[in-house]
Write a protein that binds this ligand. Structure first.
Ligand code: FAD
Length: 522
């Protein structure tokens, strides 16, 4: 059967039966009837779309995935797998690791390693980007093979709706393919936003370009202090490329602001320059090829300018819904952001769903997109009931000193529960491995935001320090299970680790006691 045919198809599906928690109870045989090419068409082959497609096919559905990457204004493009694999989490973590390794070489000397000459140690940007891109290409390849093995039809075309059940895919060579599907999932994700200032589109790069940039970035201005901006500034600076950040409002808006200050303090101490309350006005290319940037301090109403080698825009992302022709399918979207409102991933058109970054008001994170996509497939194709729980999703900012958190920030907890009903436990700590190289410990800090009333249910955990993501992940499970301060203080730590610091928390902010550690082992 070709994808163009509209023949009535009868599928005998062996469908697992799911419990509330997604555990397979039994297999049941059901028959689906339909006059569509596919049971499911997914527009967007990124984290959410692929997870949904794979789960659906495991449940016996006939599935097609459309994925197409429009080149960035600087011409960067990439393969199958979406943002995370190609221009997001993965290359970002690899570059973060490269930066950490550079710092480790210096620390190694203090531990007795004989390094020939520290001043000659520098990074080869070309070698780094080649290694990163080789890894990405291998993931692209494995993803394609996986789709083929699972018999998921991969269509490398830009999808748009023709009507509520029909999608037109425009292929690379301009030819068009039409396909029909009983169910459609929109998983198109987003792309970096460009501010409307002269020179932005012509001369600036974004996170879409940095991981494959064909030359070392040199002195770099990062516009935007969200997590993507700070992470890029962090790894570039640690690699020896001077980094300056323009902050429009506050760094890491939406995150706990005390922790955000720890992160930026550490970056400043490592040499990153921050210009607060500043917005860019223009970017001009000089004869030297460098970029002259003018910006405005909105508080002082003062203009400044400086010359940089690279300007990286990290001023937010927009959802890729514009070219989808959602109107002909009758799907509503939140007009200002282009995002889709679908509280249970079901849009206002019952057989059209949305997952991942395209959803309004949901965390833009890969595991969120994957989990929601999988659960959705189980509901549509296996009669499961479980919905995605978007609360208490843990995340980590991979700045030089990492920041991991789960649950409510102190600000949000106060807003929801009132300061009088909360107890905030906090501590500075000294990672053992920092002692010998005498690393800065001033920003190694953690806190637990808990209800004041016993047993003091924990609402949020925050940690700035090494391997923050690894530390927070386990505690995220504990928060899901309703962990209290009582549980935490009755947990025996693993010594000497940084994660054990959570089990040692005993000083409250209300007490006014000094949260600095007396010694490592008491
Ligand atoms: P995407 O992964 O963006 O996939 C959407 C796909 O659909 C893309 O391939 C796109 O080209 C394609 N597409 C769009 N429109 C069409 C169309 N009309 N037809 C066909 N195909 C189309 N998350 C984390 O959890 N941890 C991190 O550390 C992290 N770091 C990040 C760092 C950076 C620099 C960035 C940019 C993001 C990061 N993220 C991180 C976020 C994460 O990458 C996203 O949340 C995740 O990729 C969203 O998945 P998605 O399926 O919604 O969309």
């Amino acid at each position: 059967m070709t994808i163009f045919s509209n023949l009535v198809r009868i599928n005998i599906l062996l469908k697992p039966l799911y419990t509330e928690r997604g555990v397979i109870l039994a297999q049941r045989t059901i028959a689906t009837h339909g006059n569509f090419d596919y049971d499911l068409a997914v527009i967007g082959g990124g984290s959410g779309g692929l997870a949904c497609a794979k789960e659906a096919v495991n449940l016996g559905a006939k599935v097609a995935v459309l994925d197409y990457v429009t080149p960035s204004p600087q011409g960067t493009k990439w393969g199958l797998g979406g943002t995370c694999v190609n221009v997001g989490c993965i290359p970002k973590k690899l570059m973060h690791q490269a930066a950490l390794l550079g710092e480790s070489i210096h620390e190694a000397v203090a531990y007795g390693w004989q390094v020939p000459s520290l001043k000659d140690i520098k990074i080869s940007w070309a070698a780094l980007t080649e290694s990163v891109q080789n890894h990405i290409k291998s993931v692209n390849w494995v993803t394609r093979v996986d789709l083929r093995d699972k018999k998921i039809e991969y269509i490398n075309g830009l999808g748009e709706f023709k009507d509520a059940h029909t999608i037109i895919a425009t292929m690379k060579n301009g030819s068009k393919k039409e396909l029909t599907a009983k169910n459609i999932v929109i998983a198109v994700g987003g792309r970096p936003q460009y501010p409307e200032i002269p020179g932005a589109v012509e001369y600036c790069i974004s996170s879409d370009d940095i991981f494959s940039l064909g030359h070392p970035p040199g002195k770099t201005l990062i516009v935007g202090a969200g997590y993507i901006g700070l992470e890029c500034a962090g790894f570039l600076n640690s690699m020896g490329f001077p980094a300056t950040v323009l902050v429009r409002s506050v760094p890491l808006r939406g995150f706990d602001q005390q922790m955000a200050r720890m992160v930026t303090n550490e970056m400043e101490q490592k040499g990153v320059t921050f210009h607060h309350k500043c917005v860019p006005l223009s970017v001009e290319k000089l004869e030297s090829g460098q970029l002259k940037v003018r910006w405005l301090n909105t508080e002082l109403q003062e203009q400044s300018e400086e010359v940089f080698d690279t300007v990286l825009l990290a001023t937010g992302r927009y959802a890729l819904t514009k070219s989808l022709n959602l109107e002909v399918a009758g799907v509503n979207c939140v007009t200002s952001s282009g995002k889709i409102s679908a509280s249970t991933e079901q849009t206002n058109v019952p057989h059209i769903f949305a997952v991942g970054d395209v959803l309004a008001g949901r965390p833009e994170l890969t595991p969120v997109a994957i989990h929601a996509g999988r659960l959705l497939a189980r509901r549509v194709f296996a009669g499961a009931q479980q919905h995605m729980d978007y609360d208490n999703v843990a995340t980590t900012v991979f700045t030089p000193l990492e920041y991991g958190c789960v649950g409510l920030s102190e600000e949000l907890a106060i807003e929801r529960h009132g300061a009088d009903n909360l107890e905030i436990y906090h501590a500075y700590y000294k990672p053992t491995e920092f002692f010998i190289p005498q690393r800065n410990i001033r920003n190694c800090y953690l806190k637990a935001v808990a209800l004041r009333e016993a047993p003091q249910k924990i609402l949020g955990l925050h940690f700035v320090g090494p391997v923050a993501g690894e530390v927070i992940q386990g505690f995220a499970a504990a928060i899901k299970c309703g962990i209290t301060m009582e549980h935490l203080s009755n947990t025996v730590g693993i010594h000497p680790t940084v994660a054990e610091e959570f089990t040692r928390l005993n000083i409250t902010k209300r007490s006014g006691k000094d949260p600095n550690p007396a010694s490592c082992c008491s």
